[in-house]
Design a protein around this ligand. Structure first.
Ligand code: SAH
Length: 496
């Protein structure tokens, strides 16, 4: 048993799911943030429990072979990255193992019967994020500053050039934009927002970058209705030729939600555009869009490969967001139905279908676990028809997708809506059982599961394996290098 403030030497032998190093001293387990497997280090206990404790890394006595010098000077204090001190190769190994261990331990899956493909890593594990949200405040000298929040706090760690942010033609546009904004605030006495006092104007700056278009959007989140002298700011920002839209977002609420509901465009069209594959997307300040466009294409390509589309199939894309997967797959499918709970995202999905002239995608708005069972209930005679041959099964399943469903904004007459393939891409908490039940009743041939949390993926795969599906293939894809997050694509097939 050790006590708070004890200093001791420990060798790190394991890595926890949040990336923290784990070591043992006389049977006592220590969790050490910022330590890497193989490090021999001096640590100080910050919190001591009976059998384990949390310790602070004081000194690396003998570095692990996997340890690298972090590229970013605030890597340790900033809350953004957890794995910068680990070589990228080891990061990928850590992520892959995490997913496979969860499938084994939580899902009870026998991986010897599954084709586990190599993790899809990034070619360049930095400069990938197309979105940055900088809090603006004052540093201890009272100067206006920006950066990122330290882990689990709201104190700003100053950072003028996050190494994860995309650059445009080699230019660190985020830094250049932020420097212009801070200069403008100083020149016109515009205060940053003070969270404690709930005073001051500028809270955050959101920057979004079109990876393929080089279009850049700047959105200033303010605690007020107007940004004084905004015409000067627009003029100053125009020096950066990539900036195509400047907007303000109004957020007068206390609390830590970054964006308010209302946005006003100050210059430009109010959105930027970017592509995933050859599908064009319109991105507004409030729209959700995948943050790593390069890896997103690789992830979707894997999902498409697993969906094994021939051009005729009906695909249901559950949790479709703005329809990125739906529209990507629509090009290779007969018909796609996307389902999403956020109304604004569905509007974006429909708009994006239109601007790409994609006419074989429709969208249902509502909680998937509610609208899909309702849809099934109303069309169950057609949807639950079991037929063996692909052709007759499909022609036997002509369901009128527009048939009087509440919340269902589709109306395109008689169409094939019985799924051959279902794709799910749920939030962290995974799929609702009610939805999984309905999917099994809808009886697709294949289910492609895109997951951002392998613990809930494992739980849901176990459920599906107990209900007529078999996990065939798994591929992890790294969308967020330097962080602990990892995406997984899994293919499940219906057992004949
Ligand atoms: N497939 C999309 C978005 C995935 S993120 C993409 O790749 O871009 C998960 C999405 O699920 C979010 O858009 C979220 O709004 C949506 N969502 C969350 N709960 C939901 C529910 N119960 N039913 C339908 N959609 C839901």
């Amino acid at each position: 048993m050790f006590n708070k403030n004890d200093e001791l030497q420990v060798t790190i032998t394991d890595q926890g799911t949040s990336g923290e190093g784990i070591g043992k001293v006389d049977g006592y387990t220590l969790f050490v943030k910022d330590a890497v497997i193989g490090d021999e280090c001096l640590v100080k206990i910050m919190k001591a429990k009976k059998n384990y404790g949390f310790a602070r890394l004081m000194e690396v006595i003998k570095p692990s072979d996997s340890r690298v010098e972090p590229r970013c000077k605030v890597a340790r204090s900033c809350g953004g990255c957890q794995l910068q001190t680990m070589s990228y190769e080891k990061q990928l190994e850590f992520k892959n193992n995490k997913v496979l261990n969860n499938l084994k331990r939580i899902g009870g899956i026998d991986l010897s019967k599954v084709e586990v493909e190599p993790i899809i890593g990034m070619d360049v594990p930095f400069c990938y994020r197309n979105k940055a949200q900088f809090p603006v405040g004052r540093n201890k000298d009272g100067e206006i500053c920006y950066g990122f929040y330290a882990g689990r706090t709201h104190s700003i760690i100053e950072n003028d050039g996050c190494d994860l942010s995309l650059q445009v033609e080699g230019q660190n546009v985020c830094k250049d934009i932020m420097d212009i904004i801070v200069g403008f605030m100083n020149d016109y006495d515009i205060d940053p927002y003070d969270e404690a006092a709930r005073q001051g104007l500028v809270r955050h700056v959101l920057i979004r970058i079109g990876h393929k278009t080089n279009q850049v959007m700047v959105c200033i989140v303010i605690n007020g209705n107007e940004l004084p002298h905004s015409e000067i700011l627009i003029e100053r920002l125009s020096v950066i030729r990539f900036v195509s839209t400047v907007a303000i977002n109004i957020n007068k609420e206390a609390g830590n939600v970054i964006m308010g509901l209302n946005t006003k465009t100050l210059s430009g069209l109010g959105y930027i555009e970017d592509y995933i594959g050859n599908v064009k997307f319109r991105i507004s300040p409030l729209s959700f869009f995948q943050v790593n466009p390069v890896q997103t294409e690789k992830l979707y390509a894997k999902a498409l490969e697993y969906a094994a589309l021939t051009g005729k199939e009906t695909v249901w894309d559950m949790y479709c967001g703005i329809g990125t997967i739906s529209l990507f797959l629509a090009q290779s499918a007969g018909k796609v139905m996307g389902v999403e709970i956020v109304d604004a995202a569905i509007k974006d999905a429909k708009l994006n279908a239109n601007i790409n002239n994609i006419t074989n995608a429709d969208f249902l708005c509502g909680a998937a676990e509610k609208v899909v069972p309702e849809f099934f209930e109303q069309n169950k005679d057609e949807l639950s028809k079991v037929d063996t041959s692909e052709g007759s099964r499909r022609s036997g399943a002509e369901v009128n997708c527009g048939a009087g469903r509440s919340g269902a904004e589709v109306n395109h007459g008689s169409e094939l809506c019985k799924p051959d393939v279902v794709v799910v891409d749920p939030p962290r908490k995974g799929c609702d059982t009610k939805l999984l039940e309905t999917i099994t009743l809808m009886n697709p041939q294949r289910l492609v599961y895109v997951s951002c949390d392998s613990a809930t993926l494992a739980r849901d795969v176990a459920w599906l394996e107990a209900h007529g599906f078999k996990l065939e293939k798994v591929t992890c894809c790294d969308m967020f290098s330097q962080t602990i997050h990892v995406e997984t694509v899994a293919l499940l097939s219906k057992i004949a």
